[in-house]
Design a binder for this molecule. Structure first.
Ligand SMILES: C[S@@+](CC[C@H](N)C(=O)[O-])C[C@H]1O[C@@H](n2cnc3c(N)ncnc32)[C@H](O)[C@@H]1O
Length: 447
């Protein structure tokens, strides 16, 4: 489920009074969340349940989306609020998830509390047994009565305070001693909606004027970005389907500008899918671009994106590190390595990530990243540039990879990024940016 629209409009209003079946949205939310807790991504769970979601109708579908994102974004806090109310730990997981859904709706949305409780009692009956309705009712009424003390108590643990696992909070403190609070607090907010203007089709100024004519409030951001103040679905974004703009976070838009492709160059986008940065590189210059990824299904999305934008690249499906499988021996002028990572910089867009990852994952991903980086270096021309990117804020997946690489590779040099937006290669997430790490690596001319 791509959360393009910040969910303000999805917050249910006056539900419960008009006979709306909020219980149906609650039950489907429980089903989706249970799949996430069993290890699935929210996107995959949503895709599987699309028929059921569509059957809910647009409003309840939006409620379900808001609830799933909201519960995952605030789950640490919600669990801390619920724990003292569930004195014995034998409550079925299904009912715990239903309570998380109901507490989210009471604490974070404008839905009337009595409506949430009534519908949760019906949901419990349908999901488990009518007899458990009384238990759900009692827990939720206790929550409403004792909320003030429970909120104070929830602040005592890192998970309750910041809604990320304890190990995650510890790592953020270690890796970002000056910014860890900002990072964790930003992850609790809905993500911004940012567009990248395709300067082959229009200019940013002209597009801002067009948005104004459509009464869509927007501001410029970065080099070619436009931040929309309120959520708008893509069907209502002017000329979206003509390829005038793409949805891309402002921090991700730096990739194209930092790699700075020039006309006529041979360029590799090594981990390209779904193609956001691929398209940006092709918009910036007339280049010969190979877009490579090892996931054939995700590569279909690259093709789809390029078609919408009328752009062309050579699509290659292979493991980037297995040069024998895909490289023709002709070196690249520039390489973008947007490496697979934990995604710890984009947890407000994908709040499931923080509960799906394990503490060993950053080091495991780092091994993959180093493997791909070492292999690709051999395909870069002497004098060429490789841009290493991850959307992670763990040091293992950023500066530590680069330090290790520079130690072993004496023809590699790190180029300083001359922008106040960066701190030691990191873009620290804020209202308008996701969290990213960037390193520009230059290969010496002699090798
Ligand atoms: C961070 S995503 C890339 C996002 C993309 N650059 C964009 O801007 O839309 C990382 C990608 O790396 C791919 N990947 C992971 N391991 C790979 C490997 N060994 N070789 C090639 N692609 C790989 C994944 O399938 C995934 O699509």
């Amino acid at each position: 489920m791509t959360e393009i629209k910040p969910s303000k409009s999805a917050h249910p209003r006056n539900l419960g009074g008009g006979g709306e079946r909020l219980d149906l949205a609650q039950m489907l939310s429980v089903e989706l969340l249970q799949q996430v807790y069993a290890g699935s991504s929210l996107d995959a769970a949503t895709l599987k349940a699309m028929t059921k979601l569509d059957a809910l109708g647009p409003h309840l579908k939006a409620v379900c989306r808001d609830v799933c994102y909201g519960v995952l974004r605030h789950r640490g806090r919600i669990r801390a609020l619920l724990t003292p109310l569930l004195r014995d730990d034998n409550t079925q997981e299904l009912l715990k998830t239903l309570l998380e859904v109901a507490v989210y709706q009471i604490a974070y949305t404008r839905t009337a509390s009595h409506a949430v409780v009534d519908h949760a009692v019906s949901s419990a009956g349908a999901l488990a047994h009518p007899a458990v309705g009384g238990f759900i009712n009692a827990v939720l009424r206790n929550f409403i009565r004792q909320r003030e003390e429970l909120e104070l108590e929830a602040n005592r643990t890192a998970e309750g305070r910041y809604s990320h696992p304890e190990w995650w909070v510890r790592r953020m403190k270690r890796d970002h001693p000056n910014h860890w609070k900002q990072i964790l607090e930003t992850a609790q907010t809905p993500p911004p909606l940012t567009l990248r203007v395709n300067e082959r089709k229009t200019t940013r100024e002209a597009y801002l004027n067009l948005l104004e004519q459509h009464s869509i409030e927007a501001n410029p951001i970065g080099v070619s970005g436009v931040h929309l103040t309120h959520g708008v679905s893509v069907e209502h974004i002017p000329h979206f389907f003509d390829g005038w703009v793409s949805v891309q976070d402002a921090a991700a838009q730096w990739a194209g500008h930092l790699l700075a492709p020039k006309d006529g160059e041979r360029i590799l986008d090594a981990c390209a899918a779904p193609g956001g940065k691929t398209a940006h590189l092709l918009e910036l210059a007339d280049i010969q671009l190979s877009a490579l990824d090892h996931d054939s299904q995700r590569l279909e999305r690259v093709k789809h994106n390029l078609d919408r934008l009328s752009l062309e690249a050579t699509i290659v499906c292979a493991d980037a590190a297995h040069l024998d499988a895909w490289w023709d021996g002709i070196a690249f002028d520039r390489i973008l390595l947007d490496a697979p990572c934990t995604g710890s910089g984009v947890t407000r867009r994908h709040p499931d990530i923080r509960w799906l990852r394990r503490s060993a994952d950053p080091s495991t991903m780092a091994v993959q990243q180093a493997r791909i980086l070492r292999a690709l270096w051999r395909t870069l021309k002497p004098g060429g540039t490789l841009l290493f990117v991850t959307c992670s804020l763990f040091a293992e997946e950023g500066p530590k990879i680069v330090q290790g690489f520079l130690t072993e590779q004496d023809d590699a040099r790190l180029i300083h990024i001359d922008s106040s937006k960066f701190e030691k290669g990191w873009i620290i997430p804020d209202v308008l940016h996701d969290g990213f790490f960037y390193a520009i690596l230059k290969r010496s001319c002699k090798s």
